[in-house]
Design a binder for this molecule. Sequence first.
Ligand SMILES: NC(=O)C1=CN([C@@H]2O[C@H](COP(=O)(O)OP(=O)(O)OC[C@H]3O[C@@H](n4cnc5c(N)ncnc54)[C@H](O)[C@@H]3O)[C@@H](O)[C@H]2O)C=CC1
Ligand SMILES: O=C(O)[C@@H]1CCC=N1
Length: 263
Amino acid sequence: MRLAIVGVGKLGLALLEGVTSRGVMPAGEIGLLDANGTRAAELAARTGARNLTPPDLRYAERILISVQPRVFSEISDWLAQENAGYISTMAGVSTAALTRRLGTKRVVRVMPNLAATIGLSQTAITAPREAESAGDLEFARQLFGAVGDVYDLPEHLFNAFTGMSASGPAYAAVFAEALADGGVRMGLPRALAHELAAKLLVSSGELLQGRAHPGLLKDEVASPGGTTIAGLEVLEAAGVRGALMRAVVAATRRGAELGKDQE
Ligand SMILES: NC(=O)C1=CN([C@@H]2O[C@H](COP(=O)(O)OP(=O)(O)OC[C@H]3O[C@@H](n4cnc5c(N)ncnc54)[C@H](O)[C@@H]3O)[C@@H](O)[C@H]2O)C=CC1
Ligand SMILES: O=C(O)[C@@H]1CCC=N1
């Protein structure tokens, strides 16, 4: 078995579907293990992957850990196998903590986001030299390359990447919901307002990618004395920029706390 996925939740499933649909690995070479045995069995039956129990992990060449960080210390005893390489998506959990609990330096730390479900994840990746020479880093790069872009990132920046990019879709969702509420407040039908908000995020993202700085797009939309600058004045007075910055700071700090709990 080339890969065992432990924790087949939102991310584990996105990865399973991404690597199999892109032909990176056939489902038959992947095993699934989840505390929710029914879910794992159903996913295995649907995709052709194998449904595993903990003793089966000894046959895995590599193990992807995608459980919540608080679960890690509870299961690290049976996760630890002699000849396996590990890849962890867990927020905050450092390669040092992974090494200490799993008893190997063949550990790769990744930080994707939920856009992995549509092949548009931004995934940070880092690993100690031992994982690189064992081919684990390259293996993980291929896995996460199947669900989006992969960025090499020094480990000391992982919690910042988590607080901005991995948590980012939730911030965007709050923005979209509030924008739609504004539309509804001014009389637009709810369903239309939601559709407009989602499409605005997509199209604005495309527009931003063609510009060197986000402020350029803002300046192009805001006509002198027009509607947009009147709206922007309210956002500035409400401290929206500061709130977003502080959200990233808080999420980054929370990542560090989650990591400390698993040391
Ligand atoms: N959801 C997101 O947007 C992102 C999540 N992450 C990280 O990825 C990890 C997984 O996140 P999600 O997929 O969102 O979580 P999730 O809650 O959807 O999935 C976790 C899975 O682990 C299973 N599980 C729980 N205890 C277990 C055990 N003892 N043995 C085996 N399986 C067990 C659960 O049944 C569940 O299916 C977390 O550590 C999170 O920090 C990283 C980046 C983004
Ligand atoms: O909220 C969390 O802890 C996870 C990690 C980044 C996105 N979701």
